[in-house]
Design a protein around this ligand. Sequence first.
Ligand code: SF4
Length: 282
Amino acid sequence: MEIIIADHAGFCFGVERAVGLVEETSRKHTGVYTLGPIIHNPQIVRKFAEQGVGVCEDTDNFSNENTVVIRSHGVPKQTYGDLSEKSVNVVDATCPFVKKAQNSAQKLGQGGASVVVYGENNHPEVQSIVSFIDSEYFIVSGEAEANALPFREQYALIAQTTQNSESFDKIAEILKTKCSGLTVSNTICNATNLRQAAAISLAGQVDTMLVIGGKNSGNTTRLYEICKGICPRTMHIETKDELCKELFKDSRKVGITAGASTPGYLVDEVIEFLKEVTNEQD
Ligand code: SF4
């Protein structure tokens, strides 16, 4: 059985940076919390909990004795104000690409356009992006919702960083028919595009595809959906413990990819497991 690992599998730049900042902060300070899980990966969140880093969903109970790390997805604008009022020490691990989306949202709204954010309504990153918009805005999760938007003089389109580029372009085309002037700022980050392109290419070459990452991770789930559409025998797993040797008895070529929030050691464990299966098959 051949094992092929997709290019660009696992931690992206922003997640690596955020995880590194939590590690560094936990060494330097006590009373450290992340505001919401630092990334959508339960294994990493558990590891930090063991190192004494707590997860708190809101700012209510913080004081000047706490250090709070803001996650890579970012937080609503108001949260910065709340933390500053309480004199909390803040370490901002918001990914620079999310910052760019927040800044674009703010600028486009100030320009007077109705801002359309292509993303998941309840996702924390989308909630953080829209909090920077002072004008009217709409969140659309796909083409159907874009089609239902009203006519406006000016629309501006941005995206949650992990969305699909093809759908983004289609939504831009739809919006052109709904306004007199459209400004497009493609805020989808390259890490997502690269991961998706590599996964698409690999899923077409293998008979079994494993997508590793948090079940609560949006970008991992999207990788899974894309791969499943190409390679019907695609499985979404968080760790090697979800696998058994039986699953691979008919497999000749197994492809592996991992979401941007999946640590390398979880990928390595799956590879080790598959090597054992291969050795037994020989
Ligand atoms: S996927 Fe992109 S935007 Fe999100 S954390 Fe990674 S590098 Fe940043």
